[in-house]
Design a protein around this ligand. Sequence first.
Ligand code: MEV
Length: 321
Amino acid sequence: MTESARTTTATASGKVILCGEHAVVYGHPAIAVPVQQVRATATVTAGPPGAGCVLRALDLGREIRLAEAPEDDPLALILRLALAELGLAQEPDWTVTVHSQIPMASGLGSGAAVSTALVRALFRHAGRAPEPATVSRLVFRTEELHHGTPSGIDNTVIAYERPVWFVRGQPPETFTPAQPFTLAIADSGIPSPTRETVGDVRRAWQADPTRYEALFQAIGQVVVAARRALETGDMAELGRLFRRNQALLRELGVSSEPLERLVAAAEEAGALGAKLSGGGRGGNVIALVTPETEEAVGQALRRAGACQVIVTRYRPSTANG
Ligand code: MEV
């Protein structure tokens, strides 16, 4: 095939945080899992000679010439970082197109997934297979532009596309749950302003470090217990831990009335436990369901205001189920 006819496509999954959000920014552990049903897709083709690298972001209706893009544009940044990592002496004449099914600002990692798909597509177009650790390191730089002080969990779980146990500053551990489990992921339809909630929690912690450190510590203990529950297949315990984590997130000030309504509806319909996932205020609620309750919980979540419910199964034998 000629260079001009060659098209390279790569995708990246969404993600949810099972437990530990916010406390993870302060060095406590968190657990996140990929969500394979929603993906970002990037395509690279040869562009017009002399045009340099041109990026088309279909969902944003944007077309950017890399050479003219500002320093702080996250899409331009990830292209520059990937091309530098590839060691290309000259900017190639490539047209790069990106599209995402992952709702933006919903806590499902849309920004990190778009960047990951871009890095994978650029590497593959250059004939290289990127290591997950490399992808994660590059995408983290764009997360800093989006969120200010990210822990790094979103770029990590999406780069590895496996359940991860994450502690800031330590190599991530991927792990395998002992039993299959199913999540109903309900989108409140309200944007989750991660930069804002992370900033609010920081200010609250600065004003009252003793209280907030105790809350972070308690969340960290929930995460340790949740890993044990996942590794022993104790889903009833995992459900209780979701409830405990949600109570602590409420105390941190990152829940909201619409999210509480979704959590209550899921639990009343038989979910083992439910909690917000990600930055909070808006975004998604995750509910731990069983084959017997998944239908009723999905319906209850929709009645309580969810604009979309994704049911995702995690099986011990595969990355996501
Ligand atoms: C965002 O998905 C999770 C937070 O813990 C922020 C972070 O870890 O960077 C709220």
